[in-house]
Ligand binder design. Structure first.
Ligand SMILES: NC(=O)c1ccc[n+]([C@@H]2O[C@H](COP(=O)([O-])OP(=O)(O)OC[C@H]3O[C@@H](n4cnc5c(N)ncnc54)[C@H](OP(=O)(O)O)[C@@H]3O)[C@@H](O)[C@H]2O)c1
Length: 252
């Protein structure tokens, strides 16, 4: 093949593989912190936000191993959401940094069986990570969010956190932790409404990650594209809502 043809084919390939940042995206120029951004939905959030022109601060428990996150150009920060000193240290390192959105994504699913077999210590861990984690991180980063323009807090909940959907039983510890997260979201929304904050709980759907498993119905890219489209279109009137990745209202 002629050299020029090879070069232009290579350029074409690069153009197709690396999407250009969308200047008209609501995320362009925004600074967004994503917890648990080293794999699964968090990594996909970081990927799509970066592609949309956002500056991403992604947290990971093992930052040295968060190679895919770092390769996106994200700022990688160490964080275990169960560690109050670590959360305070993150806030200290981010002192004065404006954040437009906080995506509390890190989560843990410890037990899927019936209540009779639920180890309370596993339930405690689920609550620590899924409910108290977002509480700690949100409290610590409120000053940063107050410096931002969109003042958005998204708590990654789950359809399993819906009281209305608990009919078939199972996964009580995880469900309870996400129901607690939902309540936190509603109370936070009420308290921060006058400051223009938009605080929502979202379900990503059933997604093919380590947590969701290979049999799940959605690819991470599809779920996250939906989540970001929904979040990008929210206004102050939407604060306190529980939304699916496709924008549908979910029952509490
Ligand atoms: N996948 C689904 O079908 C589904 C459905 C409904 C809701 N969700 C929710 O969506 C969120 C992301 O889920 P996923 O499917 O991406 O799960 P995942 O693949 O298991 O990833 C979980 C992420 O959370 C991080 N994490 C766990 N414990 C942490 C802690 N103590 N401190 C900081 N980070 C911690 C993990 O970090 P390490 O790598 O260090 O473990 C990892 O980055 C979760 O909140 C989950 O509950 C998922």
């Amino acid at each position: 093949m002629h050299r020029l043809a090879i070069v232009s084919t290579a350029i074409l390939l690069v153009v197709q593989v690396v999407p250009a940042p969308a200047a008209d995206s609501p995320w362009a120029g925004r600074t967004v912190l994503v917890t648990g951004a080293n794999r699964g939905l968090g990594l996909e959030l970081a990927r799509q936000l970066t592609a949309a022109g956002a500056t991403v601060i992604g947290t990971a428990r093992e930052p040295a191993e968060a190679r895919e996150l770092a390769a996106l150009g994200a700022r990688v920060e160490p964080l275990d959401v169960t560690d109050p000193a670590g959360v305070a240290e993150l806030a200290r390192r981010l002192d004065g940094v404006k954040l437009d959105a906080l995506l509390n994504n890190a989560g843990y699913f410890g037990h899927r069986g019936p209540v009779a077999e639920l180890d309370p210590e596993v339930a405690r861990q689920e609550y620590e990570i899924n409910a108290l984690g977002p509480l700690r991180v949100t409290q610590a980063l409120l000053p940063n969010l107050r410096l931002g323009t969109t003042r958005l807090v998204m708590n990654m909940s789950s359809g399993l956190g819906s009281l209305a959907n608990a009919g078939r039983g199972g996964s009580a510890g995880y469900r309870a932790s996400k129901a607690a997260l939902n309540m936190l979201t509603v109370v936070l929304a009420a308290e921060l409404k006058d400051e223009g904050f938009v605080c929502v709980a979202m379900s990503p759907g059933w997604v093919r990650t380590d947590m969701g498993g290979t049999g799940a119905s959605l690819a991470p890219a599809e779920s996250v594209a939906g989540i970001l489209a929904v979040l990008g279109g929210l206004g102050p009137e939407d604060t306190g809502r529980f939304l699916n990745h496709d924008g549908a209202e979910l029952p509490w």
